[in-house]
Design a protein around this ligand. Sequence first.
Ligand code: SAM
Length: 186
Amino acid sequence: MNLLRNTAKFAMSITADYINKGDTVVDATVGNGNDALALSRLVGETGKVYGFDIQPLALMRASEFLMQNEAPSEIELVYNGHEEMDRHISEEVSAIVFNLGYLPSGEKQITTTADITALNKAIDMIKADGIVTVVMYPGHPAGKIEKDKVLEWGNSLDKGIYHCAYISMINQPENAPCIMLVTKKK
Ligand code: SAM
């Protein structure tokens, strides 16, 4: 797999290094379930994946997809926005993945909205040396606004507590998909 040609898989390949078998992890935007399946395989039979989405269609598709592909871990799909994730999860988590934008083959008007509340909760919830991964798609107008807001937030994080990295294509159009990663030192 050429990871530079698939931003979501590129982001997941980095995230994978922060996950061990048996961990609890979060897919903050379940969509069609691709990221949830990858996370489930990473945490394995003894691990748990929480998945959030605001669209019943996404949760239905993801549920079917995860079953068809025999996702190995426990998976709890939650019909609620990721800004409420702390109400559903009490255990320590090692990774939280945001794959922003709209549901592929769904309603393009229903997109994520750069909710900084969810990102703030995510960096609070991860354990030390855990990771929050954000895949962004600035190719549509809402996605561009979202990317600017997310990067501004990342830029403002306390350097004594977090490391924040940004990965973008330097020879592709400015609106190509890109990745932000945050890890917690303590
Ligand atoms: N991770 C998905 C996959 O592997 O197929 C792709 C996610 S898709 C790009 C973005 C998803 O975010 C959509 O399904 C959309 O309904 C969902 N979404 C939008 N706002 C949300 C929110 N506040 N909380 C959780 N999910 C949200």
